[in-house]
Every structure is written in C-alpha cells, then in structure tokens.
Design a protein around this ligand. Sequence first.
Ligand code: PAP
Length: 294
Amino acid sequence: MATINPPKTTSTSALFDDLPTEKWINLANLYQWKGFWYRRPHLEAVMEARSSFKARDEDVILASSMKTGTTWLKALIPSIMDPNARIVENSTYNILDMPSPRLFRTHMPYAMLPDSIKTSGCKIVYITRDPKDTVLSLWHFMNSIRKPEERPFPLNEFFESFCKGLHPFGPFHDHVLGYWKESMMRPEKILFLRYEDMKRDTSGQVKKLASFLGRPFAKEEEVAKVVWMCSFERLKNLEVNKNGVEPDAGFPKSAYFRLGVVGDWKNSLSMEMKKQLDEITCNKLEGSGLDLLN
Ligand code: PAP
C-alpha cells in the first residue's frame, strides 16, 4: 500500500517562514497550516498531493490520524481486495504506473485531501480510536526511537501537548470530526470504523469493510482466513515485523505491533488525565452522534 506522496514539483520553502510553528516534545518543529499541525516533510507532501494527485474511481484511500489502527487495515484492505496481494512498503512507487485498484494510506485531515479524492468515485476507509489509547500508543511509539541511554519522553508533557492538539496531524478530535461528518453525509463514499468495534466484533467489521469495498465474502471460511492472516498475533510474529526497520522514517517494525488491546491507557494515565481528555472529547464531539470513549 503506497503513501499519497508524489514527487516534488514546486518549492514551498518561503511559505514555511510565515506559518505558526511550535516545538513538539523536544523532537521536531510542527507547522500549523489551515488548522492542523504537521512536521515539515509531511506538510510538504500534503501540499504536493493537493496540487498534483489525481485519484481514480477505483482507488481506495485508507485515512487515519496516528496510532488508531492503520497497520491493521493496511493488512486487511489488500487481503480483501486481492487474497494473493502482498503488502507493499515502498513509497518510492511511481503511482501513475500502478495498476488499478490502487491502495493508498494517508494521515491527511479530510479538509486537506486533494479535490479529486473528494469528487471522484474512489472510496475512503477511516479508522479511529479512543484518544486515551491513541495518545498512549503514540507515546510508546515515539519512545521506540529513543536511544537505550535516553529516558522516555515525559508522559505528562506529551499528554498535555496532545490535549492541546499539538501533535502531527492534530488536533486529533478535529481530524476525527472531519471524516465523521463527511461519512454521515456520504456513507457510500466513506466507511468510518472504530478500533474498539474492530476488536469486539472483528468478523462483523471485516465483512462490513469487504461489502463497502465491493468485495463481499462468499463464505464464512474466507472471513476467518482474512481475520487470521491480519491478526495482531500473526503479524507481530512475522520475521520481517520482529526484526525489520520501516524504510522511510527508520522506526523498528516491531513498534507497530506493541500490545493491540483496548483500554491499555488504564495502566499509564492517571484518573486526572482520563478526566481531562474525556472532557475534551465530550465537548468536541457533543451533538455529533459519535462516541469514542472506552
Ligand atoms: P501508525 O499511525 O504509525 O500507522 P497504527 O497502526 O495506526 O500506527 O496504530 C498502531 C496501533 O495498532 C498499536 O496499538 P498499541 O500501541 O496500543 O498496541 C498496535 O499495536 C496496533 N495494531 C497493529 N496491528 C494490529 C492488528 N493487526 N490488530 C490489532 N491492533 C494492531
């Protein structure tokens, strides 16, 4: 599955001087553009995609904010579209040469997607998760690239930053709401999934996903096979995921398969943190009809 990351054609350097910028957990500068925060290479890719990406009607776009279940769906979608498909991890692909159906993944907010994705017949699958588990998953993930002699990022600061919406592709809640509202208006265009539903009723959600993609299963055994092929236990124990390194950003592959459960926040977030983030979530989602809390 490729990233929506076409080759650069224009210079965007001058623009960055004028954008609001903040330091994120002592690690990277984030730039704010049209209401969302990005690391510079991500924002450059978003801008390039907006100016040059041309969606095809047969494309499938997997969208999410960070650490909400993308890796799981990156396995499920190709398995459903083509049972013999292998997951491609190569963002240097020439996307113009890719045969249809092309499968893409992106963390772009809905409002920032290239127009052709919104107006063509392509389908979007969005996955989200309780923000308490999301922030904790992101914290562990960022710690996975710390050197052994370095201490973990302070959880308090990391959490506060997340609550303020200051994290790559944040604010989290605005990201979720963008796709949620659109999925309500165009359910045939956007399938909105929650990680918790996927864990509770994996077969049911996988069948729903397959029907949405126009590839409904003929037999129950096929569902069971895809569910097993893409299960956390199986993927985590593949040699490539135990020892490989993600080519673009250099993260160990094992960091993408940490625990894979619902409610791990209870082991690390204090009750004050839970209250604070739940309140933000309730306020932000009020009246939307969406419930994210576990
Ligand atoms: P990304 O934003 O870097 O792509 P993403 O795959 O969305 O990350 O999220 C990673 C989370 O999904 C991890 O959660 P955890 O930190 O709470 O454990 C990871 O363990 C979980 N995950 C990865 N693959 C699967 C899977 N096959 N089934 C269930 N959960 C999974």
